[in-house]
Design a protein around this ligand. Structure first.
Ligand code: NAP
Length: 448
């Protein structure tokens, strides 16, 4: 079986180009999919009761033809991102609409418009094939992939590639994602796998680490500087666990918001000193019906922040919960401060008191994933041991539905990994000396 041959070659440690180029391609591969004919299966079901275990399938799907600018990667491990939760509960819209629209773009884009969607926006693995136009990368190279898919035909995309009109998130707005034994990515999504990490550790930071980098550090986001105080919602979650590390590594001071003592401990283990347990504080930013906000509760949060900081407001709010917290976020930012937002987990129709924004010269900055350069910088932080993976739990591909359910239920810490071709955890470390230097930091989120 060619897939066994692929796995064996990778496990043998042989990375010669000829070995991989010589392995015959399988006709099909195992992949986590959602099905187009099930896109209405949860109609009328409340969001929280929509169960990804029902909608995510493991199917044998055909290996697609490779476009000239692409690479076919043998995926050893992947990770769950919240976008796979959105896809699997068909919210806020079914992702098949994205695939249909993309399919109208070109002959190669047409491949993506299928009755199934192979999901997943992270991977670590080995390149099996490259398209005829790919020069920088070769079969046999160990890689991770970021999830920005761009066409770059239009001039708008050539300053900041996130501005490309044909910008998509791979494995969410495109097909052939990373939660599978094989994946197709554009060559300009490839980055070198950090040698001190196992496959599943290397696969876990990609999407959230890059997003946090642009949102918090990049000049395209909040452009955090030395000494900035940063309020980080969900500080032990996917995005937040990287934002917290970046705030600390960049000379800022994170004020971490979490919802349990365990999560607070994780933040302290990362080095944060100021932590707020939002559940223990029992904030009610909205009334029970969710129709009216309660500014007194914003003030209570602001007071708590000042208690922790010795009387200071925050320079930056790292926002993603959305509707639930946005009014409070705008309120607690200091005069001239920045609210950087990349998401709306609790609802996208935000409401805030604009007087606090304009009278205090605050600004709201929108941020979405990252361009290739930003993703490369973020991966380089991992590679140099300045930022570490936050993997807490690893599932097999067969259990991908449960893995997504954990994230949907907010029952996880940091990142949840998925083994695809890797037969077990812990494989893929090719620089054990470098790993030994960072072992304890890499394991901070395990067994939590
Ligand atoms: P995650 O791992 O689930 O972490 C999010 C954390 O936010 C949770 O752990 C939770 O922490 C906190 N949270 C959730 N609901 C909340 C609420 N109502 N009020 C306050 N805090 C709340 O997810 P993630 O990977 O960090 O992603 C978070 C969001 O960002 C998702 O909507 C995702 O789709 C989006 N996202 C967007 C981009 C982009 O490029 N635009 C990239 C990545 C993610 P506590 O319970 O501990 O407070």
């Amino acid at each position: 079986m060619p897939m066994d041959q692929v796995r064996e070659a990778i496990l043998s440690g042989d990375r010669t180009e000829a070995t991989y180029a010589g392995i015959p391609l399988p006709e099909s591969y195992r992949a986590a999919t959602v099905h187009k004919d099930e896109a209405t299966m949860f109609e009328g079901v409340p969001s929280k009761e929509k169960d990804p275990r029902r909608s995510l399938h493991i199917d044998d799907v055909p290996v697609p033809e490779l476009a000239p600018n692409e690479a076919l990667v043998a995926v050893m491990a992947s990770a769950i991102n919240y976008n796979t939760v959105w896809t699997s509960i068909f919210e806020p819209v079914s992702t098949f609409g994205f695939l249909e629209r993309y399919g109208r773009l070109s002959v190669f884009a047409k491949r993506h418009d299928l009755p199934y969607h192979v999901v997943g926006s992270d991977l670590a693995g080995v390149i099996l094939r490259t398209g005829a136009a790919v020069n920088l990368w070769k079969p046999g190279e160990e890689v991770v992939a970021h999830c920005l898919s761009v066409e770059l035909e239009h001039h708008d995309g050539h300053d900041d590639t996130m501005m490309d009109p044909e910008q998509r998130i791979w494995g969410f707005e495109t097909n052939f994602g990373g939660l599978a034994e094989l994946a197709i990515v554009k060559a300009n999504q490839l980055m070198t796998k950090p040698a001190h990490l196992s496959w599943e550790e290397a696969a876990s930071p990609g999407l959230v680490n890059s997003t946090a980098y642009r949102q918090l550090i990049s000049k395209n986001g909040a452009a955090m500087k030395l000494g900035d105080r940063v309020l980080i919602w969900g500080a032990s979650g996917g995005l937040g666990s990287y934002a917290t590390q970046m705030a600390l590594a960049g000379g800022g001071e994170p004020i971490c918001v979490v919802s349990s003592p365990d999560k607070a401990d994780i933040c302290r283990a990362m080095g944060a000193e100021m932590v707020i347990d939002r559940r223990a504080e029992d904030y009610h930013f909205w009334n029970d019906e969710g129709t009216q906000q309660n500014p007194k509760e914003w003030q209570r949060l602001g007071k708590r922040i000042r208690e922790l900081t010795g009387g200071h407001d925050v320079d930056i709010v790292f926002e993603h919960p959305g509707r639930e917290t946005f009014g409070a976020s705008v309120y607690v930012a200091r005069k001239g401060g920045t609210i950087a937002t990349c998401a709306s987990t609790s609802g996208y129709m935000h409401e805030y008191d604009n007087r606090y924004l304009w009278m205090n010269l605050k600004r709201i900055v929108s941020s979405h994933f990252a361009n290739y350069r930003e993703a490369w910088q973020a991966n380089s932080l991992i590679d140099r041991g300045l930022i570490h993976p936050t993997l807490s739990k690893v599932y097999s591909l067969d259990d991908v539905g449960q893995a997504a359910l954990d994230v949907h239920n907010n029952a996880h810490q940091g990142k949840v990994g998925v083994l695809t071709l890797a037969p077990r955890e812990g494989l893929g470390v090719s620089n054990p000396d470098k790993r030994a230097r960072f072992e304890s930091q890499i394991n901070r989120f395990r067994a939590t």
